[in-house]
Design a protein around this ligand. Structure first.
Ligand SMILES: [Zn+2]
Length: 241
């Protein structure tokens, strides 16, 4: 079975199992509704997708301006969320050491579910983790965040442009970025890496909006999936609706 075949089969079979697995790990008491956050910038108890997005935008504004408040990073917050968590957003982003979501959004413990893979590429195992918050905890916001000068995208674009075979452990990443690459290539963009990054954000967000596990919450207005692009130079996150 090729790697792609295996991924497809796993994708079809593995999501429910993956959710069940993470559910047993993460089950626990959730802070009571209305519990104020212990420090810094407070979040409403059950934010709407819009309120959750506003919290991320405000946090990124503070980060860009160098005016971080580092909310929810003190021992009181650690104690508060030890009993249970109710993050207000899922951020699915890249492993890049320069793009840590809690820092670029100026948030703290218990605020975000974070999933990070090279070029925010996902397969069924990752899919289960992405779905966990919205499906089991009704997390209202799912952000797919790519970034400027992504190394994984650069490696994939170089391999696809030159027709060279990447190292075996990179092959899956290259294969899964090939659609974004093809979309970017069609645009005739000068900077193919940049265009592939942006296409990958759009395609991943679109795929997640169609995800059978997420669609019901999206249809009820309980969940919004948005694309985001992080600039390494300015620290700014720009949003794709
Ligand atoms: Zn990256």
């Amino acid at each position: 079975m090729t790697q792609i075949d295996r991924r497809t089969v796993l994708r079809q079979a593995g999501v429910a199992a993956g959710l069940a697995a993470v559910g047993t790990v993460a089950a626990g008491a959730v802070p009571a509704a209305g519990t104020p956050l212990s420090s810094g910038v407070s979040a409403p108890a059950h934010p709407t997708p819009h309120e959750a997005l506003t919290l991320l935008k405000e946090g990124n504004d503070r980060f860009v301006a160098g005016e971080m408040t580092h909310p929810n990073q003190d021992p009181a917050r650690r104690k508060e969320v030890a009993a249970g968590q109710e993050p207000f957003a899922v951020v699915f982003s890249c492993i890049d050491s320069r793009v840590p979501p809690e820092i670029v959004f100026d948030r703290g413990l218990g605020d975000l579910f974070v999933i990070r893979t090279g070029a925010q590429d996902y397969d069924c195992l990752i899919e289960g983790s992405v779905e966990y918050g919205p499906v089991l905890d009704h997390t209202p916001l799912l952000v797919v965040m790519g970034h400027q000068r992504c190394g994984a995208v650069t490696a994939a674009v170089n391999a696809l442009e030159s027709g060279t075979t990447p190292a075996p452990n990179l092959d899956a990443v290259v294969q899964s970025l090939s659609l974004a690459y093809a979309v970017a290539k069609k645009t005739g963009a000068d900077d193919l890496v940049e265009a592939t990054v942006r296409a990958q954000i759009r395609l991943t967000a679109r795929a997640l909006r169609r995800d059978p596990a997420l669609r019901p919450n999206i249809a009820r207005g309980m969940l919004t999936v948005v694309g985001a692009y992080y600039s390494l130079e300015t620290g700014e996150v720009s949003w794709q609706p």
